[in-house]
Design a protein around this ligand. Sequence first.
Ligand code: ADP
Ligand code: ZN
Length: 742
Amino acid sequence: MNSSLPLIEVALPLPLDRTFHYLVPPSLAGQVQPGIRVLVPFGSRKLTGYVLSFAASSNAPRLKEIIDILDDDPLWTGNELEFFRWVSSYYLHPLGEVLKTALPTGINVQSRKGSCGELSGGRNIRREAVYLPGSGTSPARALGAKAAEVLELIRAEGEVSAIVLRKRFGTCAPQLKRLFELGLVEKQEREMFRDPFQDETIERDTPRQLNSHQQAALDIVLMRLDKREYAPYLLHGVTGSGKTEVYLQAIAQVLKTGMNALVLVPEISLTPQLVHRFRARFDDGIAILHSGLSDGERYDEWRRIRRGMARIVIGARSAIFAPLENIGIIVVDEEHEASFKQSDGLRYNARDLALVRGRMEQALIILGSATPLITSLYAAEQGKLGLISLPERVRGIPMPTVETIAMQGIKTTISPRLHQALDDCLANNGQAIIFLNRRGFATFLVCNECSQPLTCPNCSVTLTFHRGRGQSVCHYCDYTIPAPGICPACGCPELKELGAGTERVEHDLRELLPQARILRMDSDTTSGKGSHAKLLSRMSDGTADILIGTQMITKGHDFPGVTLVGVINGEASLHMPDFRSAERTFQLLSQVFGRAGRGDTPGRVFLQALNPGHYAIQCAMRHDSNDFYRQELEFRREAGYPPFSFLAAISLSGTAEQAVEQRSDATTKLLMQIKHELGLRVEVLGPAPAPLYRLRGRFRRQILLKSPVRGDLRHLVSTWLSRRETTGIVREIIDIDPVDMT
Ligand code: ADP
Ligand code: ZN
């Protein structure tokens, strides 16, 4: 082995908490640089590794040489690699796996072998021919009519793609060939970027005249822009207060200074309006990253960003890893949304990482919400986030009034009071939204004889009855049986439907209001590509009267025609076994209420509930975030939950119940032992059965770690990770709770 060969540090996508050293053979010397992928030998396998840096020395006993390089140009900059190192160490997740997660899936389907590098070639990259005017000067009249027309278009446009020519002239290959031979046109191969919006036409939009609150908000953030320093803000603005307009104008200023913008949204397919507003406001250079894209589209967007062809990146949580350089501003819209948290593999929270990346980039950060996280409000109170408020709706539009309907003794899904209100609303040409956070027809079927509910054999839940499909379905593992069927316990053929879902609400509303044009939006009706946008556009263009839906309908939509919002089973989310259930309920209800009365007619909300007395419901009804914050903070303080503690959960699961039990006990013991040995201030709670004890056939237990000192918590978890022996029978997942990154 030649010790004078260059030495590199490589991260491998393996569940190992370390990096590896490899040598670069002379044939590849000069081609290796940090940020590219390389093919390396690992045991008897060949793996894709990520080059992190050149290393001065290694104490590995035997160094191997890399086999090949997989990229000509780096996938990441040094800054980005530093960010990924931070992510890896914070979430205690192997760096190689972090890097793999950060790449678009489309990039992994190809290897460089036989082509010329990821960013410049490969099977997943589409190419197209474009034609440009050539330098030939033969008289145009020597050409046929069609060829002359083709030439005229190419000269007029300066550059025309083969696709456009085909659309305009049909087959014109012979003409192009002739023009080419005469030197009148030139042909070039171009990389083509699949455009997810190619069919959309956008009407231009100009900045709105800001009201005084918006202007004050904009002034505050822009003041910090010149300084080019880390400046995190919480923009707390009631629903319809014009937060988006503030983002748009702040971003416009950032772009003027030559810097770029990253915008994180909970889920793009649910918020086509927001993307539309960006596209209407900014001329070009917008890249969109989200789960609805095909692998190819996503890879194209990624490459456009990497090459600096996009100035604005809008995306769901994974966009926090976008290869955008020179970031001047990061906006996190609806910062309270749980969907910023990734719950598989690398369990990161994009809202938190926005603060981390923003600090590394010295960027301005705006976390926007009508219902910020309790922890964000607390951070603002502590001066760690600048607080900006938009306390009123734009144009003096009032917040909607909220009335509760006590459901004791009412047997129907839609109460007479709500029915009446819907009637009135439609009679006045208003639109309505009905929210119920459960899909299906009935949330369970119960046997009339033995009273046993139909349950899933793999999960500890009841099966949901879907009447349209004629099936009972488990919403966790998709276990499906024909419905209604017979009781599996006693064979009785009579099953009672209990607990209404959105399908039931739709059914009942169609009976109550046969004239109304009713839409339902939940994951059963939105599986097709673009189906969200289609449903939502029918609300915007007024061809629908009532939109029924799950939480999907609560997010950020701006339908000025909606004057009525009905909430069915308003307290449902309070009963979740989670210390955040009150917070989630307040957020969910406030967001749903906020859909009402955004146009010129004031909005009305009707909330059906058995017990609406809880402070989360009461505060949402009064649109009183401050009161909710005070009460919830008090509860957190008493119970020792965030922001007064840091949490981590270790979940253990397996198909053998006893093995899971034994392993949880042993894990708890080891944690306690480490805690005492190192004198760490951490409460070790459990092991306890997880709220959903059986899930997809696996038994689940969890251990909760709680500490007032973040360092102690991390020390405990990382020590445990280094000491434990993995068994393979029981899977262990560590979840570091979103904590204060400010
Ligand atoms: P939020 O994001 O706070 O819910 P939006 O930014 O969606 O609010 O604004 C609500 C509506 O008010 C949108 O239709 C938006 O175009 C409009 N709007 C925002 N700012 C202004 C303004 N200064 N003047 C008039 N209309 C505005
Ligand atoms: Zn199931």
